[in-house]
Design a protein around this ligand. Structure first.
Ligand code: MN
Length: 420
């Protein structure tokens, strides 16, 4: 289901509100979106000084995500796991809605796109919902990832890359003395958004995220050429910002309020320079409000699919997995397991840590516990855990770079709890 189809369905179901009053994109838009967090999706139709509306929350609840993918909420882990296991390659088409309007640099990104300034201590507006597309120079495979981008005036943005696929591509190009061409895709449906989100999972660079999205959609994505860079992007995107990551250039960036609910990581980052922009007629700017329900779901749901796939391959008694919103959508995994052997819970813990770098705490429970209910999980912790033999500590491990409790060397201690 495309973003436009999704909006139509949400509107009919009364699950979308339109805000017609003028709002300021400096703080006010984010404040209103925060008030509506966990509720309906929202379109801000009248953003001061902007030529297009801003949309948030189309994937703001688990039920909505499941509906957008055409499955029941209970089938989500299985569905996401299938997207990874049975990817459907995309196909190239010559034209598509996103190519309707095309502008070449120079321009002011800030004048063309209504990028909200979300939180008070952020130095500038950040593009938070941009799916960054790049091509691996060795294999030619496309990569898609979420990367925060700080507006710096004109065509320039800061770009924050964790040490993952986009960074690997950047380093390969840097070694050849070349910039990295990127296309920032804004305004996508649930399948593409979830496919681009599992940063920190052991999905190989060679697995194209748009093929994962095809697996989730159940049919190939249609992709079109960009205008100023040699890349392909989904034909039904709302907006595509094209440009280059400048080789070896680092500038101050941040802080930004991150998924942990604290301002994170103000340090020099890489620099993006835009060369062009493509957009639909009457485009929508899709924003992600950091540390809101939609953000945490977009982080956690792909991890559930990854865990379901990889841990189940090792421990077949695994029924279901849950990445908790209280764990910032990244740090805490609860696994439901029917043990066939007493060691299964410990093996499941090791499997989960092996599958996803960012997971810090794994709790394994018996199938009588509802893993979506924190009270039941606490009951298992309270009545089924002996601290000296059921808890595993793995100090000195690599976690997420935005974890506020990482030590000065960036390490964290992983915690596995057998609450069966
Ligand atoms: Mn990738």
């Amino acid at each position: 289901m495309s973003l436009r189809d999704c909006i139509e369905r949400l509107e009919k179901a009364g699950d979308l509100v339109r805000i017609r009053r003028e709002v300021d994109r400096r703080f006010e838009l984010a404040a209103v979106a925060k008030k509506l967090d966990g509720g309906p999706a929202v379109i801000f139709e009248n953003v001061r000084g902007a030529s297009m509306p801003v949309i948030l929350g189309t994937d703001g609840t688990k039920e909505r995500v499941a509906q957008n993918l055409g499955v029941k909420p209970a089938q989500l882990s299985d569905c996401l796991s299938r997207g990874i296991g049975e990817p459907v390659p995309w196909k190239k088409v010559t034209d598509g809605p996103v190519r309707a309007r095309r502008v070449q640099a120079p321009f002011e990104i800030d004048a063309l796109l209504p990028v909200p300034h979300h939180y008070e201590k952020e130095p500038a507006p950040f593009i938070t919902g941009g799916i960054v597309v790049a091509r691996d120079p060795d294999s030619g495979v496309l990569n898609a990832s979420y990367n925060r981008m700080q507006l710096k005036g004109g065509t320039r943005c800061g770009m924050y890359m964790l040490l993952r696929h986009l960074h690997q591509i950047y380093e390969k190009n840097l070694a050849r003395g070349r910039p990295t061409e990127v296309a920032v895709v804004l305004g996508m449906d649930t399948a593409v958004r979830l496919a681009a989100a599992p940063g920190g999972a052991n999905i190989p660079l060679e697995l194209d995220e748009f093929a994962i999205a095809g697996g989730l959609r159940g049919r190939p994505l249609e992709m079109v050429n960009c205008e100023t860079v040699d890349l392909l992007v989904p034909a039904d995107a709302e907006i595509v910002l094209e440009g280059r990551l400048l080789p070896g250039v680092m500038e101050d960036e941040g802080p930004m309020a991150e998924f942990t609910g604290v301002y994170g990581n103000d340090a020099p980052k890489h620099v993006f320079e835009a060369s062009g922009i493509m957009m639909r007629e009457s485009p929508l700017y899709q924003d992600v409000l950091p540390f809101a329900a939609e953000h945490l779901l977009m982080l956690g749901l792909p991890y559930e699919g990854v865990l379901y796939r990889y841990v189940r391959a090792m421990v077949p008694g695994l029924h279901d997995v849950h990445i908790t919103p209280g764990g910032c959508g990244k740090f805490v995994a609860v696994l439901s397991l029917t043990k066939r052997d007493d060691g299964d819970a410990k093996n499941a813990i090791l499997g989960a840590f092996g599958a996803i770098r960012d997971i810090k705490i794994v709790i394994v429970v018996d199938p009588d516990i509802d893993i979506g209910n924190p009270r039941e999980v606490e009951f298992a912790l309270a009545t089924r855990v002996q601290g000296d033999r059921d808890i595993i500590l793995i100090p000195g491990a690599k976690g997420n770079d935005l974890d506020p409790i990482r030590d000065v060397y960036g390490y964290i201690t992983k915690i596995g709890i057998d609450a069966t």
